[in-house]
Design a protein around this ligand. Sequence first.
Ligand code: FA5
Length: 344
Amino acid sequence: MAWLKEQIELVKIAADAALAQAHTQEKLEQVRVAFLGRQGTIADLMVHLKSVSVEEKKECGPLLNELKNELTAAYSTQQVALEKAVERAALEQQKLFDVTAYVHEPVSGSRHIYTQLIEQLEDIFISMGYDIAAGPEVETEYHNFTALNVPTDHPARDMQDTFWMHVPQMLLRTQTSSVQVRSMEKQGAPLAIFAPGRVYRNEQVDASHDFMFMQAEGLVIDKHISLSHLLATARSFLQAIFEKKDLNIRVRPGYFPFVEPGLEIDASCPFCSSGCSICKKTGWIELMGSGLVHPHVLRTCGIDPNVYSGFAFGFGIERMAMIKYGITDIRQFHAGKIDFLKQF
Ligand code: FA5
């Protein structure tokens, strides 16, 4: 038998044997390179084919092509089979994966710090005879501003950066004071409500400012309500929330268009007697805005200011929690970090 024809037969036997042994994708690739690669055995035989006689070419040319096609097809079939085997093995591995393998002990949840503080506050105010009130977070311009003595072109609107809705005269409420208006409209006088809730301001976020935060509002309307009632209420509830019987308060003038006079209430620092990092060495902590409800607001909400008077106050729940629990960054409240939440 001519040399080339014999080589073709030998190569066929050798390639079949090599394919049968190629049980991994790496080995199969080695077989492909050895037989079908550009410098492989088949390519060598093709080169040799050019140098044989015409008769031998006629006989061996088709044989060589047939061998090349057969090997290519066998290689492809085996490649597909190996890929499927790899997929199957990966699926088997997944089935064996134990999602509970790394949990050494049960993880117990806890109520969010918001929920805990709001419940404490609500308990304090319910014990003082208040009703808990709520209002919508998507609010009308009227309830958030106009009825609170802030008409459209009033510069006080700029005190709170507002998220406006695409619907005219609708906004995300910037303060829980809107609940004052809704409660007076609904209940009339007398009333005593405490209203915690979420508010929104289009503000630059930093360690002490968020664009979404919680406020709480208090409102009492009755006959003969005076600043003494406001100050006694503020002191009692601050003593209760900071669990400090000798906690004192002081007032400074403050401007809020819906109260007259308007006051800022500070508490004596619950953590020190002579100045610490929480009170910035002043011995006092700024806590809330407050005042006597403006007669114009009472009138707008259908209450006669000649018969009734009232006080209102409002504060930030995160700021209060930050002081109470020594939290340094307001962004932690929404960060969803278990390590932070499980401390409380
Ligand atoms: C008000 O929002 C008034 N509605 C409060 C009020 C109620 C005054 C009733 C008088 C009578 P002010 O804009 O100061 O006031 O906000 C009240 C509190 O919300 C602040 O003292 C602060 O604790 C908190 N607060 C304000 N802006 C932010 C913010 N961006 N992030 C977190 N807390 C904030």
